[in-house]
Ligand binder design. Structure first.
Ligand SMILES: [Zn+2]
Length: 227
């Protein structure tokens, strides 16, 4: 089989381990600070309202199932908050402020977010069509098809890399909004919120690294075949 080789061990396994580590880290960090109440008693739901007012934004606020499933939806200008995020913990207010950070990026036309948004249709196709064309091309020994697969997948890799500035910027905006609006007052709370957001950012770094390593894996297979 083409996938069980030294290149697989070199590129694919480390990417998987990194992604698993990042998932464990974000879950652990979130769980830890979800147990720490904000000293002001402010909840995530109140932070959403407060930051909308302060930023002059009118957004729909929806609740979604699960934990850490929060997201900002630019197509209908809504923030979607999970049950754990509307509560009054250091972790909740950090997550809610992060989603508000995305809303502010959208309102200000933040360029990396717009570029990333423009790529969505290509990427939602490329992330599964790319590997599929690669494997089919490989089995048929059709190198043109293999390269089309690589190009499709490369679009998904660029997308995952473009995600990084968008996510880091949303977290920076979040920390600034939480401190300047008096949501977080003690240095322990600020450090806790920062840790939650850093752990979340690390999952995006791991995902980008994983997709880049997978691309390198495909390229190494192609170059190995030439030799
Ligand atoms: Zn985000």
């Amino acid at each position: 089989m083409y996938y069980m080789n030294s290149e697989y061990m070199l590129f694919v396994i480390p990417g998987l381990l990194l992604a698993l580590w990042a998932q464990a880290l974000v879950k652990g960090t979130f769980a830890r600070y979800a147990r720490v109440p904000t000293s002001t008693g402010v909840t995530g739901a109140q932070v959403a309202q407060l930051l909308m007012e302060r930023n002059g934004l009118r957004l729909g606020v929806n609740s979604v199932r699960g934990s850490l499933t929060d997201f900002y939806n630019p197509s209908n200008k809504s923030i979607n908050l999970s049950q754990t995020s509307v509560q009054g913990s250091v972790a909740s207010v950090a997550v809610v402020a992060h989603e508000m950070g995305h809303a502010v990026q959208d309102a200000q036309g933040y360029v990396p977010m717009r570029l990333r948004g423009a790529m969505v249709p290509a990427v939602s196709l490329g992330s599964w069509v790319g590997p599929l064309l690669f494997v089919v091309g490989w089995m048929l020994s059709n190198m043109n098809l293999v390269w089309v697969g690589i190009i499709f997948f490369a679009a998904a890799v660029i997308f995952s890399i473009l995600t990084l500035p968008v996510e880091l910027d949303a977290s920076n905006r979040a920390m600034q909004m939480l401190t300047t609006n008096g949501v977080l007052v003690s240095s322990q709370e600020v450090t806790g919120a920062r840790k939650v957001l850093n752990a979340a950012a690390f999952t995006y770094v791991a995902a980008a690294a994983q997709s880049l390593l997978t691309l390198l894996y495909y390229l190494s297979l192609v170059s190995g075949r030439r030799r």
